[in-house]
Design a protein around this ligand. Sequence first.
Ligand SMILES: NC(=O)c1ccc[n+]([C@@H]2O[C@H](COP(=O)([O-])OP(=O)(O)OC[C@H]3O[C@@H](n4cnc5c(N)ncnc54)[C@H](O)[C@@H]3O)[C@@H](O)[C@H]2O)c1
Ligand SMILES: *[C@@H]1O[C@H](CO)[C@@H](O)[C@H](O)[C@H]1NC(C)=O
Ligand SMILES: [Zn+2]
Ligand SMILES: [Zn+2]
Length: 392
Amino acid sequence: MEVVSQINGCSGDTAGKVIICKAAVAWGPGEPFVIEKVRVEPPQKMEVRVKILYSSICHTDLSAWKGEDEAQRVYPRIFGHEASGIVESVGEGVVDVAVGDHVIPLFNGECGTCRCCQNPNTNTCEKMGVNPMKSTMVHDGQTRFTTADERRQPIYHFLNTSTFSEFTVLESACVVKIDSEAPIKKMTLLSCGLSTGVGAAWNTANVEAGSTVAIFGLGAVGLAVAEGARARGASKIIGVDVNSHKSTIGKQFGITHFINPRDSHKPVHEIIMEMTNEGVDYSFECVGGVEVLRTAFLSTHIGWGTTVMLGIHTTPEMLPLHPMELFRGRKVVASIFGGFKGRTQIPHFAKQCILGVVKLDEFITDELPFEDINSAFKRLVDGRSLRCLLYL
Ligand SMILES: NC(=O)c1ccc[n+]([C@@H]2O[C@H](COP(=O)([O-])OP(=O)(O)OC[C@H]3O[C@@H](n4cnc5c(N)ncnc54)[C@H](O)[C@@H]3O)[C@@H](O)[C@H]2O)c1
Ligand SMILES: *[C@@H]1O[C@H](CO)[C@@H](O)[C@H](O)[C@H]1NC(C)=O
Ligand SMILES: [Zn+2]
Ligand SMILES: [Zn+2]
């Protein structure tokens, strides 16, 4: 098969050919990313190949790269799922995106035809729903990435996205077309963090005007929940984070009160009870820890309080609740990708974002060249960045 090198800006007709380009490859749990040449195969049936323009870093990339969940340790692997790009070529049978379209990848795909896709009450998809255990394409069980040397070693995919690469191959169910007039750079945030947080407030919890909210973990996801709750007219939005620096940042995103559990003399849920006349209407867990989940649960009002879990839990621990506790009327629900059906609902959400219903720019705290991916990860680990946009 013909091979085209995209290193050093070589361009031209690449459809149907192997592309050699740069990618950030993770060779083992937590090992620094190595920017190296990889071979990217052409898209097969119902697949698209995308030139990535921007990729940011979400905490889910961080947990997976570190191999926190041992069952998911598959290397070498190309991580990254929050991104934007342009369709370079499409495989057989792809009709709803075309070469040149602006797209964002969807880690939680939407096939459009399964029973879940046909049901308006869920964004789970039986065929292309999120599954961090998977690392090869559906069509042939192979990877589309291999090392560029003569070994041609397979490099595994992640979350059906693998966006830490100049080119990636995606299932067509895992991309959504974005209006070419839309600012593509900011649209990057819609492919995970922003949609996840805002959607959890709008779709999963359905926060209403005047209600009270507590958010645990003020990363981009938690702050997007705050934006969603603010836009809905919540009266009190309490942010909880172990990093006091998030207090100042949080104020820009609608956080009205802040608690640092490490500075407080009492259990956090008791402080929230006092602040809210016996508990919030909605609490959101955006950390991924069972202790935090329990505190979020206990912070809600008995009778109707709802806890929405967004954090990804990488340990084998079970829910930190006794079944009898549920008789007090508190609910716990989970939210993946904010409950949005990616291909059918994100275009409308993108329009709302462009109209300014929720903030976008403020989430982009850093921009770095792709080659600086290791320092970008460090900024997230250190709690200094919300989203660092890598430009490829
Ligand atoms: N459900 C989904 O679809 C979905 C999508 C994206 C991310 N996530 C998950 O959401 C979580 C947040 O992602 P992010 O990118 O915003 O992460 P982030 O690293 O930017 O933010 C996490 C925040 O939690 C704070 N924190 C850590 N431990 C805490 C504790 N014990 N109590 C209170 N705060 C604490 C940190 O200081 C940090 O500010 C992660 O678990 C991520 O995997 C889920
Ligand atoms: C994409 O997601 C589907 C559904 O979880 C899975 O079967 C497939 O293996 C994934 N592809 C990749 C490349 O991970
Ligand atoms: Zn994410
Ligand atoms: Zn489906």
